[in-house]
Write a protein that binds this ligand. Structure first.
Ligand code: HAM
Length: 427
């Protein structure tokens, strides 16, 4: 059988060490930032009942599910997102827990997407959620975590921004434009894509699916172009739903400015989010050049926990994928150089020194040092080459004469300097 018969599936990645290094770099940063904000890590199973996603996640994700019937005749799906699992897990246990609950996770997720730049069929996604707090401070807190997750990796306000909107505000504005209540979901669907499709195409959809005429479409485009909260409240301030949503967004932006993160935040009413369960402030993080897909998306979802059968708790959170982020780090030269690293490489001069090599190596490993050596009899020159290849900081040479004197030779691989080290000192 040819090796190509076992080719990797499209949209899936291998992680040889040089690629795994970037994945760890990203995940270590995510974990550090989560802990800095007082979040605890959790996980769930990669396989869930299909029901968990149908209706709750929305059409787009359901169309992308990897699902099948298992041997026990259960309809199951690989998790395409973490939020329904979080709702399910908390549904069973949140009653006894003190609120707010601050949890984070870094699951691998699976979506049968058309493979394109920034979108694969599996990705790792940092999920950060606050459950049990309905106030706007929780919304500001989670977006601050997302922003700091990127700052931790070396990105700044010139590289990315959080584009923020509020579904309640958009609802009120769409109503003012003339969108009927039963067409609201269709309108959100078109707005979600509006930047990615040509104007004629979005106009056609707004006519056919949302029932708007030419004047209403022009008005809608004008509303969506608003990035200024003051202008919005001047135009639509009489509408109670608009003014309370605008006040909430002002408070939100004020909190982020107080944290020193004001430069990262923009109001953008075209952000609606593709998932069905959001109920309030929503946001996405994008690269400033506008070349890449969203790096991160999230928002408030106050009804999902109840829908999954748990305690009715308000919730807010986000998911940040590793794929677009990896591309952005690469473009900005922020991917750390991958080089193997080893504290010690041990070089027995002959096989007679192998037992002593093993003994010393083990003492050093017990102390937490990284140590390697050739696994077969080799000349010193060959072993030295291996030491360089493996990134050893120090080579320990074990020769018969030195061992006789109770010492070994330590060579500093950056300076080439050699010193005798006594065995008692070393072990
Ligand atoms: P989402 O917008 O579907 O939200 O995904 C969040 C992020 O995951 C995206 O911005 C993107 O970076 C990454 N992502 C999604 N699909 C793919 C893919 N096929 N390939 C690569 N990266 C991808 C959610 O999943 C929500 N559950 C997030 C959330 C958590 N909301 C509240 N809490």
């Amino acid at each position: 059988m040819a090796t190509s018969d076992f080719a990797k599936l499209p949209g899936f990645r291998d992680f040889p060490p040089e690629d795994f290094a970037l994945r760890s770099h990203i995940q270590n940063s995510w974990r550090r930032v989560s802990r800095r904000y007082g979040f605890s890590e959790y996980d769930g199973p990669p396989l869930e009942s299909l029901d968990l996603y149908v209706e709750k996640s929305g059409e787009e994700i359901v169309g992308q599910l990897y699902h099948f019937v298992d041997r026990g005749d259960r309809e199951v799906a690989l998790r395409p997102e973490m939020t329904p699992s979080l709702a399910r897990i908390l549904g069973d246990r949140s009653r006894g827990m003190s609120k707010p609950i601050r949890w984070f996770s870094m699951p691998q997720l699976f979506r049968y997407e058309r493979q394109q730049r920034g979108r694969l069929r599996e990705h790792f996604q940092w999920n950060v959620d606050i459950v049990g707090e309905g106030g706007v401070a929780a919304d500001a807190e989670v977006v601050a975590v997302a922003i700091d997750g990127l700052r931790e990796l070396g990105l700044g306000s010139a590289d990315f921004a959080a584009r923020v909107s509020d579904r309640r505000l958009l609802n009120a504005l769409l109503r003012a434009v003339g969108v009927a209540d039963d067409r609201m979901a269709a309108a959100f669907g078109v707005i979600d894509k509006i930047e990615r499709i040509p104007d004629e195409k979005s106009a056609e959809l707004l006519r056919a699916d949302v029932g708007l005429d030419g004047a209403q479409i022009a008005m809608l485009r004008d509303v969506l172009g608003n990035t200024d909260l003051t202008a919005l409240s001047e135009k639509f301030g009489d509408d109670e739903a608009v003014s309370s949503a605008v006040d909430r967004l002002r408070e939100y932006v004020g909190m982020l400015s107080a944290m020193g993160l004001g430069d990262f935040v923009e109001i953008d009413l075209k952000i609606v989010r593709g998932l069905a369960y959001y109920t309030g402030i929503v946001f996405e993080l994008f690269d400033r050049q506008g070349e890449l897909r969203a790096i991160c998306g999230g928002g408030r979802y106050d009804r999902l926990l109840e829908l999954v059968g748990g305690e009715p708790l308000p919730a807010v959170g986000f998911g940040m994928g590793d794929v677009v982020l990896g591309e952005l780090l690469d473009e900005r030269g922020l991917v750390p150089e991958h080089a193997p690293e080893l504290d010690y490489f041990m070089v027995p001069v002959t096989e007679a020194q192998r037992p002593e090599t093993l003994r010393i190596a083990h003492v050093l490993r017990d102390r937490g040092h990284s140590v390697a050596y050739a696994l077969r009899d080799q000349g010193v020159a060959k072993q030295m080459k291996a030491a360089t290849r493996e990134g050893a900081k120090t080579v320990l040479l074990l020769g018969p004469d030195e061992l006789e004197r109770g010492c070994i030779v330590a060579r500093d691989m950056s300076t080439g300097q050699e010193v005798d080290v006594s065995l008692s000192e070393l072990t």
